[in-house]
Design a protein around this ligand. Sequence first.
Ligand code: NDP
Length: 485
Amino acid sequence: MAFDTRAWSKAHYIGGAWVAPTGGDTVEMIAPSSGEAFATIARGGAADIDAAVSAARAAVDGAWGRLPAVERGRLLVRLGRKILEHHEELAEIEALDAGKPMKLARSDVAAAARYFEFYGGAADKIHGETIPFMSGYQVMILREPRGVTGHIIPWNYPAQMFGRTLGASLAAGNAAVLKPAEEACLSCLRMTELAAEVGFPAGAINVVTGIGEEAGAALSAHPGIDFLSFTGSPEVGTLVQRAAAANHVPCVLELGGKSPQIVFGDADLARAVETITAAIVQNTGQTCSAGSRVLVERSHHDRIVGALAQRFRELSAGPHDREVDCGPVISAAQLGRVEGFIARARASGIPVLAEGRIAEGAPAGGYYVAPTLFGPVPREHELACEEVFGPVLSVLPFDDEADAIRLANGTDYGLIAGVWTDSGARQMRLAKAVRAGQVYVNGFGAGGGIELPFGGSKRSGHGREKGLEALREYTVAKTVVIHHG
Ligand code: NDP
């Protein structure tokens, strides 16, 4: 696939045109499966962000802002359809760029399309309210777009994140400026081109590529931004929130997790093992909602962990164009980070219960990690508390239900959780007691779930994306009081 001839290689998309970066600089894109450079993107800075924010403001005040909701919705639906027409092409881009096995890349692109369908259908259903007030008054609550929204997204799900974060914002009538991740963003650029083809007015969608500390920091600090959406690490989330605070604008932060899978002895073990394994190896563990801790009822420990270990031994990691369970991790830096966690866990004497393998013939320069099952992991160890963002699963035994809840809630994160038990009463108790934005019972719905509100608490962030709930974030209430005597 030749990228350097594409309109979107080495260019930002601002005000309806592909424009060269002000400084003329570029960033090399590295394919995680091989470690080799294969494309270049523009390296944006403050001047490019400034131009993009101006273009978005002009769109809000111009043709895009005047478009009836039904027409906005139609554009979004048309983009969803267009993405599906280019399904295989986009999946190939995503697989190469992010190192995803093709099966996952295909489902990610389908999810991106589904976001535009979902929010396209919702665009003309964002209603206000009336309030019965004192006699002589008519009170209306209008739900208005926030204006210009800034979006900073990570490299782990570029295609899905493009649909998730832009779909809700555009449906609500905002104009958007997106800064995707330097490590993987080509599917976002191709989808931006498709958005132009289906007729989005100039300035509704603007994309500035580049490095987080440059383009990302400029976007989060720009005084012309009315709302920020950030997905990534808690450390950068803090910087983004600080920048938002300085401009007195709200933000949604989605910062990952250390999500527990709580397994009781009465659970359907075969189903649990399959889903628990998938929830940590999907995207090589580089998923904010990965189930990275499995909490097992101590009296059933050996049976549950034995079945998990057997499944782990079957797992393989390899290049995106092979039939493997895990692709590579995204970068050399991420490989070092994940290997560091594994080495420190081994050095502190935590038993390795099972390991997968790296597929034969995997390119030597690729960033591969064998899926690894550790346990029992001491409760205070970093492997039990910190986000690894790799295919590493920690087993922690618990004594009873109260202990399971304490353990589940015992990290700084609170994103999602899985509860595995046949007891209906226990399902409900756990669903209420676990501090998380989503709780799955006898399943684990990480990824997809376009219709389901999603977000965390504590170090996992705040605010909600996905589902109709996201439309509340991307709109603001205006109270209109008419005094008619
Ligand atoms: P980051 O938080 O650095 O990256 C996320 C996004 O923020 C990227 O677009 C990045 O740009 C941008 N960014 C980086 N610095 C700034 C800044 N100063 N101001 C504004 N934007 C900025 O995550 P990493 O890629 O460094 O990953 C580190 C760890 O973070 C992972 O191991 C994982 O634990 C966690 N993470 C969680 C994610 C989630 O889904 N919740 C996603 C990604 C990471 P660029 O990459 O171009 O520099």
